[in-house]
Design a protein around this ligand. Structure first.
Ligand SMILES: *Cc1c(COP(=O)(O)O)cnc(C)c1O
Length: 223
């Protein structure tokens, strides 16, 4: 199957209200263009260098998502153009993004990454860390970032029930945070959860944005 065929068959399974981000890491720009010409606009990358090398080679209306772990010292390279940063996992990183956004005269949309998996290796905030960040007086002063929602990655397992429980937990946290801290804030509306193997479960559990790579582009040769 071609990239366009795979993309179209995935789109048929996704409600129009859910954003599909095509995770194009490791794939060459020619492959991204196949998806683009099939109508895909949202692309996700997890490495700053790869992202910044692809952006100038792609049409201007592509929408770019930084989905990987982001180091503070690399924020400056993506601040001029990035559309959404999914993996914000510390207040320090949020402050750096705010500073770089200000330099570029932009407001940068961010998602807070939440640790929902059983593995210890996945990055992300714990619930209590998010709450204490919001209570920090310095947080509301960050005028050049917009916290648009949460992102999470389920455990890498065949146990669908476990994955479902983890997504359900993240949706519950999303709703609580929305109710307490963003009740009048329409921009807090994105719940980024679901990848190639679990995006249908994620959508059932309330995902508004899925990050799908290998199911569109095929297997990656390296991670
Ligand atoms: C690679 C990656 C994806 C996509 O993974 P697939 O299993 O290929 O769909 C989604 N989210 C993040 C954060 C990733 O790093």
């Amino acid at each position: 199957m071609s990239v366009a065929d795979r993309l179209n068959s995935i789109k048929e399974t996704i409600p129009a209200s859910v954003t599909l981000v095509a995770v194009s890491k490791t794939h060459p720009v020619e492959t991204l263009l196949q998806a683009y010409h099939a109508g895909q606009r949202h692309f996700g990358e997890n490495k700053v260098q790869e992202l910044t090398s692809k952006v100038p080679l792609m049409p201007k209306d592509a929408v770019w998502h930084m989905i990987g772990h982001l180091q503070s010292n690399k924020v400056k390279y993506i601040a001029p153009f990035i559309n959404l940063i999914h993996g914000v996992d510390s207040f320090k990183l949020l402050q750096v993004i705010n500073k770089e956004a200000l330099k570029n005269n932009r407001i940068i949309d961010c998602l807070l990454q939440v640790h929902i998996a059983a593995e210890t290796t996945k990055f992300g905030f714990l619930e209590e860390e998010i709450i204490s960040m919001f209570k920090n007086e310095a947080c509301p002063q960050l005028k050049n970032i917009r916290i648009c929602g949460l992102m999470g990655m389920a455990t890498f397992t065949n146990n669908q029930e476990q994955v479902q429980q983890e997504f359900r937990g993240l949706k519950g946290l999303f709703d609580r945070i929305k109710a307490v801290y963003f009740n009048d804030d329409e921009s807090f509306k994105i719940l980024s959860m679901g990848m190639s193997d679990d995006y249908l479960i994620a959508i059932e559990e309330g995902s508004t944005l899925v990050r799908v790579g290998s199911a569109i582009f095929g297997a990656r040769e390296y991670y």
